[in-house]
Design a protein around this ligand. Structure first.
Ligand code: QAP
Ligand code: CO
Length: 169
């Protein structure tokens, strides 16, 4: 097992569009395990491969209270979406910042599991928001992109400052 390094906004690598997964082999399943370990250790409720600098269409999540419902989605697609809701979102790649984002309230998701089997399910509430947030990462998108440029630039400056400070510590 291994903890993976998480990229932080405004790292341009977070803007990479991920490629579909075509090979479902033990190496892929090892990456899935390492991503779960990294997410639980953070702790977080969702992590996309993009955030750990692997540019393939893979995300892991667990929105349960006791962190005992791991879910891995490969090549995910939203096949139906309806309604709108606003939720406070954060991101392991934007540490310390939380802002309201408007997303679909209810979605139907089609994806593959880590053995390449197709899965389909409906999601709403925190789970639905998490799928949409993590799928954005696979297209190089971040929740801060939904904010005003004023807010986004403030967050960017603060994070850049924090990271420079860390280099001195
Ligand atoms: C995405 O986010 C998400 O700022 C997953 O200092 C967020 O796991 C989906 C985290 C909200 C739905 C609703 C953020 C940890 C974790 C931080 C996360 C931080 C430490 C965020
Ligand atoms: Co995120």
């Amino acid at each position: 097992m291994a903890l993976l390094n998480i990229l932080h906004f405004p790292d341009p690598k977070l803007r990479t569009v991920a490629k579909p997964v075509t090979v479902f082999d033990p190496e892929l399943r090892q990456l899935v395990r390492d991503m779960f370990e990294t997410m639980y250790e953070a702790p977080g409720i969702g992590l996309a491969a993009t955030q750990v600098d692997r540019h393939i269409r893979l995300l892991v999540m667990d929105v349960s209270d006791q962190s005992n419902h791991p879910r891995c989605l490969i090549n995910p697609e939203i096949v139906e979406a309806d309604g709108e809701e606003e939720t406070d979102e954060g991101c392991l790649s934007v540490p310390g910042f939380y802002e309201k984002v408007r997303r679909a309230e209810h979605i139907r998701v089609r994806a593959q599991n880590d053995f390449g089997e197709t899965i389909e399910f409906e999601a709403e509430g925190l789970e639905g928001v998490c799928v949409q947030h993590e799928m954005d990462h696979l297209d190089g998108k971040l929740f801060v992109d939904y904010l005003s440029s004023l807010k986004r630039n403030r967050i960017r400056s603060k994070l850049v400052k924090q990271m420079k400070q860390k280099d001195f510590d």
